[in-house]
Write a protein that binds this ligand. Sequence first.
Ligand code: CA
Length: 235
Amino acid sequence: MNNRYKILVVEDEKNIRSFVKTILNANEYQVILSDSCQNGIMMFTSYIPDLVILDLGLPDKDGIEFIRYVRTSSATPIIVLSARSTEEDKVSALDAGANDYITKPFGTAELVARIRAALRSYRVTENAILPDGKFTLFDLCIDYNKRIVTVAGNEIKLTQTEYNIMSYLSQNTDKVLTYATIIKEIWGYDDVGSIKKLQVNMANIRKKLGSKPGETNYIINELGVGYRMRDKTNI
Ligand code: CA
């Protein structure tokens, strides 16, 4: 059986499309190509890829539409590969549900590293520890299949990034995860301001989960080092 990952590339520029295909083939990924948003959606539905590399400036519709469509039914990782480089462009793509954002021109090694990171974090989520695909700790519950977090049965509205952090921490309980480790897992790369970005996300997560007395805190802040999610067997 062929178990290589299938990657769908949605890109209208022929040169970039074939360049990306060459890189992916060299790294032993299976590649499916598409040159428009509408056709990309069709390919996504028919071939069920493991990951999508998506351009935003497509001839028929904006790539954001693709992300929105896919996110109504699937958590498949989407890496945006776009010439648009403003913070606003990145934020809107990530908020729509993209997992990562790479600006053109891009480095081959960087693209491959980010694909690996995205596939790894998705795979971990798929192979959830519990048979029902749920993680529980005190009154906290993470449903990996639905990508939903609840506290005492009430859904906590998290952004994609916040959810990804919670998911990652919960699959590495009772282990200190350094800032760099978490940053690499969630964003796939490390740059100036990453720690600040992580801390802001963590502060938001804590706020949304509600403050708890020390004994039942879900996540422990290892000052200056990173974070650790408690293990219910070792409180
Ligand atoms: Ca384009």
